[in-house]
Design a protein around this ligand. Structure first.
Ligand SMILES: [Ca+2]
Ligand SMILES: [Ca+2]
Ligand SMILES: [Ca+2]
Ligand SMILES: [Ca+2]
Length: 447
């Protein structure tokens, strides 16, 4: 190429384009120049002098100096560019050459095919595997880097991709509850009672109540739930979700929740009373005696008196014994004795009394008081139980000179009817008179 553009002869010589060609040629030229200065000039006579004139014309690429020597033209110094862009102009004897500029490419670059510029080396181009098999190679200008799949980092020493432990690297910042490292990623999880939110990182409360975990009522709370029970039930200590009936009848404090009998129901209880003689009180717990005598459901005859007792009633009737006459509803008076001495020892009066108390009455308990209807100064009296006290439940006691009481000394364990005969001897004006009280005692069941 350079040869064709070179103006003349020497240009066609093949070694012209090599750097050493110039020095060889210039050596030749120097010798040629010395010779030509003598041979190339002819003398021409002028008036009073002479003038040297060049004998020869210089070849193309040379210029003739004043002495007639041919001097090489340095075309590379000319103003107009002698060589195309990317070439260096090299002057030669009688000509010049254009030498292509060879760029010096740095590490990671190489010359393009035309040799005109440096281009990046694609280190990643197959079949080269600079990052090792299975790893991503990323070419970049002048370099390359090895990349691993997301979640891995390239360990330069082992030249392998190693899992990033995100949980450790971003400790406490990735998951709101628990972080679990996995190969290539990580996984958030939540404590019991929470579930992973759609963002995969935060935890939200689970509304456990939607799945009805409680046997009765459920209240959702943050991170958990609470079962509770309706009245009459209590939450099981074992599972915390089952409502169990409260056995009100078995409660230690509720031993007497019902005065008579307690019947447990799921969620409730009911008190009951003996099948006859009682009704449930308005409070639902106590048993109230039915007063059969008032309500008229007794079966006493016309000649009998109805006497109400706890849990029942008694039909009372009495007859005055011989020598007595009835003086009131419950009283018999002795008839006049005339000359009958035996008669004088009989009590002046027999009175019937009815009383009732429960088996659990506190003892001692005064149950009857006896004395003359009117007292006279100097009176004295004696009280004695003359019948019906074989088991010794009762005692008598004087309260003052003219009256005394009958007291229950020990509890009567079972409900029963007792007839107690109490005799009072009254001493007045030197004579003694007897009075008898017949006590019908009805000991009723305690409720
Ligand atoms: Ca990981
Ligand atoms: Ca919850
Ligand atoms: Ca119950
Ligand atoms: Ca009754």
């Amino acid at each position: 190429m350079s040869a064709s553009r070179a103006p003349t002869a020497a240009g066609s010589a093949s070694p012209a384009s090599t750097p050493w060609a110039r020095s060889a040629a210039s050596g030749t030229a120097a010798a040629g120049r010395a010779m030509s200065s003598r041979r190339t000039m002819t003398a021409k006579n002028t008036l009073g002098s002479f003038r040297c004139r060049p004998k020869l014309q210089c070849k193309s690429g040379f210029i003739q100096d004043a002495l007639g020597n041919c001097i090489d033209i340095n075309e590379c110094l000319s103003i107009s560019p002698s060589c195309p862009v990317g070439h260096t102009c090299i002057n030669t004897e009688g000509s010049y050459t254009c030498q292509k500029n060879v760029p010096n490419c740095g590490r990671g670059y190489h010359l393009n095919e035309e040799g005109t510029r440096c281009v990046d080396v694609d280190e990643c181009a197959p079949p080269a595997e600079p990052c090792g098999p299975g790893h991503l190679c990323m070419n970049s200008a002048g370099s390359f880097r090895c990349e691993c799949k997301a979640g891995f980092y390239f360990d330069g020493i082992s030249r392998t991709c190693v899992d990033i432990n995100e949980c450790r690297r971003y400790s406490g910042r990735l998951c709101s509850h628990k972080c679990e490292n996995t190969l290539g990623s990580f996984h958030c999880s939540c404590s019991a009672g929470f579930r992973l939110a759609p963002d995969g990182r935060s935890c939200e409360d689970v509304n456990e109540c939607t799945s009805s975990p409680c046997s009765q009522e459920c209240a959702n709370v943050y991170g958990s739930f609470q079962c509770y029970c309706r009245r009459g039930f209590q939450l099981s200590d074992v599972d915390g979700v089952t409502c169990e009936d409260i056995d009100e009848c078995a409660l230690p404090t509720g031993g007497h929740i019902c005065s008579y009998r307690c019947i447990n129901f799921p969620g409730s209880f009911q008190c009951s009373c003996p099948p006859t003689g009682y009704k449930l009180a308005p409070n639902g717990r106590n048993c109230q005696d039915i007063d059969e005598c008032v309500t008229g459901i007794h079966n006493c005859s016309i000649n009998e008196t109805c006497f109400n007792i706890q849990g029942g009633f008694r039909c009372l009737a009495f007859e005055c014994p011989e020598n007595y006459r009835r003086s009131a509803d419950t009283r018999c008076e002795r008839l006049p004795c005339h000359e009958n001495q035996e008669c004088h020892r009989l009590p002046l009066r027999i009175t019937y009394y009815h009383l009732s108390f429960p088996t659990n009455i506190q003892v001692p308990a005064v149950v009857f008081r006896m004395g003359p209807s009117s007292s006279v100064p100097g009176d004295s009296m004696q009280l004695a139980i003359t019948g019906g006290n074989d088991e010794g439940f009762f005692t008598t006691r004087k309260v003052n000179p003219h009256s005394g009481v009958v007291a229950l000394a020990k509890p009567v364990p079972e409900p029963r009817d007792l007839l107690l005969t109490v005799k009072m001897d009254l001493y007045r004006h030197g004579t003694v008179s007897s009075f008898v009280a017949k006590l019908f005692i009805f000991v009723s069941a305690e409720l």
